[in-house]
Write a protein that binds this ligand. Sequence first.
Ligand SMILES: CC(C)(COP(=O)(O)OP(=O)(O)OC[C@H]1O[C@@H](n2cnc3c(N)ncnc32)[C@H](O)[C@@H]1OP(=O)(O)O)[C@@H](O)C(=O)NCCC(=O)NCCSC(=O)C[C@H](O)C(=O)O
Ligand SMILES: [Mg+2]
Length: 283
Amino acid sequence: MDLALRPYRSVLYIPGSKDRALDKARSLAVDAVIFDLEDAVAPAEKPAARATLTAALAMGGYGARTRIVRINGLDTAWGEADARAAASMDCDAVLLPKVESPAQLDALAALTGKPLWAMMETPRGMLNAAAIAAHPRLAGMVMGTNDLAKELNSRFRADRLPMLTALQLCLLAAKAHGRIIVDGVYNAFKDDSGLRAECDQGRDMGFDGKTLIHPAQVEIANAAFAPTEAEIDLARRQIAAYEAAAAEGQGVAVVDGRIVENLHVATAKSLLARAEAIAALAQ
Ligand SMILES: CC(C)(COP(=O)(O)OP(=O)(O)OC[C@H]1O[C@@H](n2cnc3c(N)ncnc32)[C@H](O)[C@@H]1OP(=O)(O)O)[C@@H](O)C(=O)NCCC(=O)NCCSC(=O)C[C@H](O)C(=O)O
Ligand SMILES: [Mg+2]
């Protein structure tokens, strides 16, 4: 599959220390997995988790799912050993927490040749988002809304008003540099309607998908971030109408009472390509 089209609708965190969860992920319909060595693993378990994760990835079975390893920060007691271990793990990318500057990515790039991802979760990270997104080795960004709420001392709100500036700064940075960007987690993993609303908000804003903490959240994220049948139908009709108008020397078509110009056709084609990439995952 063209890497640029790889779907990231559902990106599930799995504690690197939990054999049962590591195994379960092999059968879940997630687009990507973040194998976590950071916050989901207790300090006493960190070295053992590194070994457990190395073995699970070597065993394989994760199919087309993108495999991202989240290491501890390089300023911690475990970060450098994690980065060196991740460099030889059978994974697709390495995710660095609490990225606040491109220099931190340079330091990680010196320890691994794998594509890098950045957790965006501190005020300084938000203010430097554009420089971080511009890093030549960066492939993707992940919003860390729990850490960000802690740093901001903000309250949880269903509309995420206190987070919106931060989310949008990172979105702008990621889009300006053509990076993947996925939204933060929804902690109440038994609250389906709350998760659905937050996924819809993230999709409306332009995120590629959502990070998740529990298998029960996968189906909702996959549905929210996939093009709907109505969107696919509209995209096809827009392309057909525009081509018909163009054949008659016109630069604008009208579909369902709305204008369709070449930029709308580009959006429609990209939506169809996303739908095809998602369908290809299921085969
Ligand atoms: C939240 C949990 C601790 C709940 O775990 P548990 O009580 O075991 O849940 P269930 O009994 O309902 O589990 C049912 C089965 O599903 C498997 N399972 C559970 N969670 C996962 C998972 N994440 N991935 C794969 N499989 C999972 C269980 O093993 C059960 O399997 P089986 O027995 O075979 O049926 C737990 O879900 C959990 O630990 N979640 C991950 C938490 C985590 O990773 N946190 C760190 C990331 S969040 C974060 O840090 C974001 C960012 O940095 C920020 O700042 O915002
Ligand atoms: Mg965090």
